[in-house]
Design a protein around this ligand. Structure first.
Ligand code: SF4
Length: 173
């Protein structure tokens, strides 16, 4: 995928929107889900340098609430989504990711959806972001967020008890 991304960017393909990339790629018979994945990779690659230049205290990490262990998590809902109490429940990946991200200076938010992300970014003046989401939400965010953004795809999506690679998320910070 990395080579393909390099070639796409190098060839000057229009990657400004998913629609533009889709029209370039559909001729090659590439499946829609893979075009979305390619779009995410291309945008991540294009945004990386700019994101790295933003002071870490102005960056945020957005985690989806569906990553919490739904039946056991006691996080309360506040103005900015779920407020993790740091209980470090066994198997909760949010605990591990949040600790590492905050140690690096990121602000971390556990949100129920994209509209809250936009709201927090505006209110808090976030200048760059890393987000964990399903393919659809990632494409949506990368198309609409006007600061450098980097998306990490959930390894198991759905409405509850989703999953992600902790290594990938921490590697994207
Ligand atoms: S560490 Fe946070 S998100 Fe995870 S179960 Fe505990 S309160 Fe919920």
């Amino acid at each position: 995928m990395k080579d393909a991304v390099r070639r796409i960017v190098g060839a000057g393909v229009d990657v400004s929107t998913r629609k533009a990339l889709k029209s370039s790629m559909s001729l090659l018979g590439i499946k829609e889900e893979n075009i979305d994945r390619m779009y995410i990779n291309v945008k991540n690659s294009v945004n990386r340098k700019e994101l790295d230049e933003i002071p870490v205290e102005n960056r945020a990490l957005f985690l989806p609430h569906c990553l919490r262990p739904a039946e056991l998590c006691r996080a309360r809902v506040g103005e900015y989504g779920y407020e993790c109490n740091g209980c470090s429940l066994e198997g909760c990946k949010i605990a591990e990711i949040r600790k590492e991200a905050e140690n690096r200076g990121y602000r971390v938010f556990i949100v129920p959806g994209g509209s809250m992300v936009y709201n927090i970014m505006k209110k808090e003046g976030i200048k760059g972001m890393v987000g964990v989401a399903c393919i659809k939400e990632s494409v949506d965010a990368l198309e609409n967020i006007d600061v450098p953004a980097f998306a990490v795809e959930l390894s198991k999506s759905g409405c509850v008890n989703t999953d992600v690679s902790v290594r990938k998320v921490i590697g994207s910070l």
